[in-house]
Design a protein around this ligand. Structure first.
Ligand code: ATP
Length: 215
């Protein structure tokens, strides 16, 4: 018997912030998600490395979701020596959860715009739905007409489809716009500016205790 739609949320989370959490809480209410599993990335060597270590990024996520029953953490990508492709992780999750289980992968609008450049993007969509949160400053249409047609072909008519089908739909959620990025937070902390409105209190406490993101 399939469980209700189960959603995964990948990212660097350097650090996790309210722009990650608040839109996803709204998404969960909109589509009836009971569980969101956060999967922090192990960043490939050729990409700019996170400033916080894997252990610190994981600890900040734990601090953020402590007492929040919606979220869980899955640190499988951090445990591997090599970075994982999202397609590989989603295929592993599909095998674990069974063919009938509706699965979702949560991304922001910026990630949707770049999604067609992701490694084996079609295989990702074959494994799960894409649940897209709005993000200020990013266009609502895809970069070209062909990609826009592709998006429209995959759009979910309503949230009900996400529960009725195991994968393959793209849902554009009506989530609150939060102009927050981890890049901006790191910059602010480096400049000694406050970030209390941008990250949960326990995360700010961890950052302060460990002296993170100071140059
Ligand atoms: P950075 O500034 O370091 O690139 P980020 O703030 O974009 O980081 P990531 O960890 O790279 O955060 O993002 C993980 C996922 O969260 C991505 O799919 C991204 O689109 C989404 N996301 C991040 N911030 C927001 C936001 N403010 N609103 C909606 N989605 C967001």
């Amino acid at each position: 018997m399939a469980k209700p739609l189960l959603a995964y949320y990948g990212g660097t989370f350097d650090p996790i912030h309210f722009g990650h959490i608040k839109p996803v809480e709204a998404l969960a209410r909109q589509v009836g998600l009971q569980k969101v599993v956060i999967i922090p990335n192990n960043v490939p060597p050729h990409r700019p490395q996170p400033e916080a270590s894997s252990a610190q990024r994981k600890a900040m996520i734990e601090a953020a979701i402590h007492n929040n029953a919606l979220f869980e953490l899955d640190d499988r990508e951090l445990q591997r020596a090599m970075p994982s492709w999202t397609a590989d992780t989603m295929e592993a999750l599909r095998n674990e959860q069974g063919a009938a289980q509706p699965l979702g992968f949560i991304i922001g609008q910026d990630s949707l715009l770049a999604f067609r450049t992701w490694h084996r993007y079609a295989d990702i969509l074959a494994c799960c739905h894409l649940l897209v949160c709005r993000r200020p400053g990013y266009p609502l249409t895809m970069p070209d007409a062909e990609q826009q047609r592709w998006l429209e072909q995959h759009l979910a008519a309503d949230a009900g489809e996400l529960h009725a089908l195991p994968a393959g739909k793209i849902f554009l959620a009506d989530t609150p716009l939060l102009a927050i990025s981890a890049t901006d937070i790191r910059q602010r902390l480096e400049n000694g500016q406050p970030c209390d409105d941008l990250v949960p209190g326990p995360v700010m406490g961890y950052i302060t205790r460990h002296g993170l993101y100071r140059d």
